[in-house]
Structures are given as C-alpha cells and as structure tokens.
Design a protein around this ligand. Sequence first.
Ligand code: GTP
Ligand code: SPV
Ligand code: MN
Length: 598
Amino acid sequence: MSSTVAPTKNPHLLAWVEEMAKLTTPEKVLWLDGSGQERQELIAQAVVDKVLIPLDQKKWPGCYYHHSNKNDVARVEHLTIICTPTKEEAGPTNTWVAPAEMYAKMRGLFAGCMKGRTMYVTPYVMGPADSPFAKVGIELTDSVYVALNMGTMTRMGKVALDRLGDKNDFNKGLHAVAECDPEKRYITHFPQDNTIWSVGSGYGGNALLGKKCLALRIGSYLAKKEGWLAEHMLILEAESPQGEISYVAAAFPSACGKTNFAMLIPPKEFVGWKIRTVGDDIAWMRVGPDGRLWAVNPEAGYFGVVPGTNTKTNPNAMASITKDTFFTNVARTVDGDVWWEGHDAPPPETCIDWKGDPWKKGSADKAAHPNSRFTAPMANNPAISRFASDPRGVPISALIFGGRRATTVPLVLQSFNWTHGVYLGATMGSETTAAATSAVGVVRRDPMAMLPFLGYDAGSYLQHWLDMQDRIPNPPKIFMVNWFRKDNAGKFVWPGYGDNMRVLKWILDRSHGRTNAQETVLGWVPAKGDLDLTGLDATPEAIEQATRIDMGEWQHELEDVKEWFDKIGKTLPVQLDLERQLLLASVKNARTVAAGKK
Ligand code: GTP
Ligand code: SPV
Ligand code: MN
C-alpha cells in the first residue's frame, strides 16, 4: 500500500527525496510499494481525476484509456539533452548543455511545480531483481499515469527498495508533467551523477524514465565504462522442430518492427518451430563465463505501437492486450471499446479520436494517432519465454540490424566478420517514423538504432562495439535485414511479419554453421534456394526485388555514408572508414566488370 511515511531508512534516498520535495513543493509525497491493491487505488483515483477512462470491463478487464496532451504524443529528440561535463563527451549527435547551466534552468522549471499535487515516489528495478545485471532507479513524478505505467513496465515498489538496501547506488529520476508546455519541455541526462530530470511531457520515452533514459542513455554510458552493451534490441527465443533453442537480439529503429519480430508466429509450413519473446525493445548484454554474449530484458512490460496490430500481423500482441492494459491515444467509442487503423474490425461508424474529438467513418484524419501505444504486462504474452526473467539472461547466437529502407538494402545479408558487422550497424539508414516528433519518412543514419538513445559520443560508442570483439571469445554472428523494400508503386515487396521466420531460419542456420551462402562484395547472402519459401504468398519478381543488390544504389549508399562519418568526426574508429572504402572500391570494380560484360 502506498504511504506518506517513507518505507525505508536509506539515508541517501531519504535526503534526496526531501531535497526534491523542497524544490517542487508537492502537497503530498506518496511512496509506492507496487502491490496489486495499491494499483487498484491509484487507478480509481486516476479515473476520478479523468486521467484514465475505464473501458468496458467485461470486454476489456483491467483496461483503461488515456488521452495524452495533443501537443505531447511522441519522444522529443530536439529537447533531449545529454549533460556530460564536456561537449566532446556528448558528441556531435547529441544536444549538449553544460551540467551547471542545465541544472539551473531545470531548477527554475521544477521550482514549486507540484504545488497542490502529489509526488509519487516510484522505486523500480530494471532487470530481474535478483540479476547481477539489475539496476535500481527511483522516479519521482507528479503523474499518476506515469506511476501506473512504471508499475507495468518495470519491477516496481518494495522489490526495488529491498534490492537497494542502504546503498547510494540508484538512478535519481525527477519527472513532472507540470504545465505540459512544449516551450518548457526538456528531457535531461546527467550520466556522471546517475541523474535524469524530465519536465513538461507525460509521454512514453520522455516520461517513463526507466526505459529510454535509464536503460539506454544512462545504460549505454555505464556499459561503455563497465565493458558491456546496452542496446535498443528485442530478444527472441527460437525453438526448432528438433528442440534446439537459440536466441537472437535485433536492433530496429523506433516503430520498425521489434515488437512484431519478437512475437513472430511462424508460417504454417514451418511445422514444429516455436518463437518466444524474451524482450521487445531493450537488451543489456554481457560476456558470460562461457565466453558467449548473454542478454537480459531490463523491462517487465511492453510499450508497443498499436496501429497495424491485428490478429493476422501480431496475434501474440493482440493476446497480450486483452487485460490489464493501458491504451494511449488510440480511438475509443462511447461504450468503452477501442479501435485503431489496421485493427481486424472495420472502423466504427463514429468514435472519439485520439484528440478527444468526434470522428466519422471515412474521415480523412486518422482516428488513432500513428504513435498510439499499449502498455501491457509481459506476463500477458502467451508466447513469453520461460527465461524472460532469468537472472543470467540468455546466450545470443546472432545480432541483427535492420532499418526501414524502401531501396538499396536487401532482405538479408551476413557480415564477413565482427568489424564488418559493426560497420553495417554503424551505417544503418532508416526512414524516420511517428515515434518521435519531426518529419516522418526521411532516411537518416541511425547507428545500431541508437541515434536517439546514445548517452555519450557516437564515435566512442562505435569504438566500444569494436572493442567488444576482444571481450567475447565466442561472439554471435552479425546480420543486416530489411523488411521494408518497396516496388515502384510504393508497395512493400516482402510480406513480412510471420514470413520473417524464413529469414530468421537462414540466420540461425548460418549462426550454427550449417547452411550455404553466396558471397557478394557486400557480404554473404542466401544463394538461390537457400531461403525456405514454401507456401510464401509472393511472386518470384517480388522475391527478386526484395533480395536484389543493385551496385549503382550501393555506390550511392557508400558515398553517402561519408557524410555521416564526417559528422561523427575525429572519434570515428579508423577501421570503419577503411571498411567503407574497401566496400566502395569493390562495388566500383564490380560495376566496371559488369559494364565490360555488356
Ligand atoms: P518501438 O516500440 O517504437 O521501438 O517500435 P518497434 O520497433 O517495436 O516496432 P513495431 O513492431 O511496433 O512495428 C512498428 C510498425 O511496423 C507497425 O505498424 C507494424 O505493423 C509495422 N511492421 C512490423 N513488422 C513489419 C514487417 O515485417 N513488415 C511490414 N511491412 N511492416 C511491419
Ligand atoms: C521508441 O520510440 O523506440 C519506443 C517508444 O520504444 S518510447 O518509449 O516512447 O521511446
Ligand atoms: Mn523502442
């Protein structure tokens, strides 16, 4: 049960909470213990306060609806700030402000901002509580929605205080939606102080501080220091018909298919194959005693993209959201149902759109926001791996990088070696999506899908990836995939979703050293007949388009990467530009040879 009396004697924690309360002057400080009863009470209060709208509890037991502020529906990358002691440490891809200056500015914004309101003290653990990987954070927030979502997304409450004990080793997170004013919105990180201050947004990655702020930005900073990897990766378990179990981790940028891949259901021709989910967004990976790379999912829930989710594309996600789920910014009906673009059901005649306005079938506007989300406990997933909360994590056989590219990048490519694999991740391009504010559909370089989540300098991060080779005696193989190639009419050529199993099977076979591949100048690809396409609903032309390597496109790609490398600047590892030059020379040579044959 929540309590205004602190359920801890930890002097560091007590002093810090007192200091933050003095700054923000809440009427009440409420410590959360994470119990089921407490959750019910917080939900009841949130309903009274109109923060949550109950859905039809017969159809949607334990499910609630939340409209975020219209101006606050996605991550704000331009307002996300890394306050390392020097600008060089934050690097050229991050917005940097000197710590003293940012603290002063943030103090001004936080001063008195919780007046008349409650400050929820939300202790949480990222990672299974009994895992050596686990990290404790405390989020102080003025938002009951954030506190409740943290309850789903993390191991929240007493478990965290127990793990922390009397230590000072916790992430200090201060969050306030305050006036939700875009002009007074900043998501700031002080890695050297293990501190996150976020103000002016109540949305997802801006406000649930355990997720992108701690598990990735602060996490990546710690990982570099301590010799491990904190990555924007799903983790999936694949069991073959013979009972062989393997794990892969895959980095796709925001809204580029991680949740879907992690919950994949194989096509019916893949008799006996089972895919289970370990994690859908974040992986913390360390070298295990056996020399392999072991991964844990630091989260306890899914904060997933809703539009496009249906019983054909992602049945496990549909099952995961049938109970105890928060829906944010989808469309709702007056009788307590929900709908979104890409739902199985046809649009309702009328509904209330994500903005809270009346919406009619056939309207040109979307009813659900393209970045509308569900928050569901991972225990709801019928295909959860029994190792999802294993304190040791799971051993990774393959790492996969994949962007959203209408052209150039083939369906699948295996790197020649670790350095080439790091090159593929480092130069990954992807079209931007609705997961962040700003233009959608623009190709940008997104190294390891971490561009918005790096807690330090990009070049040093890539150096850290190269350095990991020496630390991993038994490394995973590295692959690049692209589910999003389009034809001239703008239609996806690869069916995707469950059919991605066909690519995954090749990746697993390659990782275990048992299938063929064709060497190209860009990497290894499946030779004709290597991909199992039995029963696939796609024309041979579509497959050819999905897997094509066009040397002209690649010459352009490799030349274009130069600009990205120039941006990274002097900390770019020299191997990566040599790799680029080698590939470019090979591609040019291949074009000359091909021209000579004509
Ligand atoms: P974040 O939670 O933002 O990190 O996103 P994510 O990487 O988990 O992406 P998610 O799986 O939610 O997918 C995002 C969008 O891509 C959804 O609209 C999906 O329907 C769509 N999508 C996922 N997989 C595929 C695929 O294989 N092919 C196609 N065409 N679309 C896909
Ligand atoms: C992403 O944008 O990559 C997400 C959603 O997973 S958020 O939690 O908002 O970062
Ligand atoms: Mn994500």
